[in-house]
Design a protein around this ligand. Structure first.
Ligand SMILES: C[S@@+](CC[C@H](N)C(=O)[O-])C[C@H]1O[C@@H](n2cnc3c(N)ncnc32)[C@H](O)[C@@H]1O
Length: 230
């Protein structure tokens, strides 16, 4: 594994933790809430079910899950201490475990969870197949994996607007709000180099997930994939 790259990504998230929520909401025109709601729709977490959110960041996916049903057990991992600190402040609840850990070495036993989610993780990992394999390992048979991330949009009439948004709007917002536009330029760059929705689906199927499908949002720039551990 390229530890240097991994350390760089962690440092970058440590540096933007404070402004992350505000920028996320602005950059997505508030749509990020809609995507996370959809993730939790798919998770269908009934009483007593267990959720692991990988790369939980400031905890938004867990917050949405608990808003829908408090009678679940939830855990989150992330390798950025600063993001986790923000999550701990927001999720000031004893029954949510928040652990500092890498998505490629999830510190839970095999078959521990009913649902595993991740939001904007896969773009950052060194090896997407390994990350999905770890999520597969900690899921119960029959458990559900859900992955929210950016996706490469197909060329369409909206392509010039999408380009304008990524090349100018995001860096400008990042500079104004976080003072750290280089971190957000990394995010734009990582999105450009990321997989298409079909390629990601393919990786999930090769990992062993079945019933893999996806839905796109925001002019085809965001995708939510889901699958099942048979
Ligand atoms: C863009 S934030 C997303 C946070 C949250 N999931 C959300 O939906 O807002 C990406 C998060 O992934 C974490 N991350 C990236 N690579 C990781 C890895 N290999 N292991 C654990 N966390 C990782 C970062 O620290 C950061 O908190």
């Amino acid at each position: 594994m390229d530890h240097e790259k991994s350390d760089r990504i962690r440092d970058m998230f440590n540096s933007i933790a404070e402004s992350y929520d505000k920028l996320n909401s602005l950059m997505s025109f508030g749509q990020d809430k809609v995507w996370r709601r959809y993730v939790i729709d798919l998770a269908d977490l009934k009483d007593g079910k267990s959720l692991l959110d990988v790369a939980t960041g400031t905890g938004d996916i867990i917050i949405e899950a608990l808003r829908r049903n408090k009678n679940i057990t939830a855990a989150g991992i992330d390798f950025s201490e600063s993001m986790l600190k923000a999550a701990r402040e927001r999720l000031n609840i004893k029954n949510v475990k928040l652990i500092s850990a890498d998505a490629l070495a999830i510190p839970f036993n095999d078959s521990s969870f009913d649902v595993v989610t991740s939001g904007f993780l896969m773009r950052n990992v060194q090896n997407i197949s390994e990350a999905f394999a770890e999520q597969y390992r900690v899921l119960h048979p029959g458990g559900i994996v859900i992955c929210l991330d950016t996706t490469l949009p197909e060329k369409s009439i909206s392509t010039p607007f999408v380009n304008l948004y990524f090349n100018f709007v995001i860096p400008l917002l990042a500079r104004i709000i976080s003072g750290n536009s280089s971190a957000y330029l990394y995010l734009v760059e990582s999105m450009r180099n990321f997989k298409s929705a079909d390629d990601l689906k393919d990786i999930m199927e090769k990992t062993g997930f079945t019933e893999v499908s996806y839905r796109k949002f925001m002019l085809g720039t965001i995708a939510v994939h889901s699958g099942k551990r048979p």
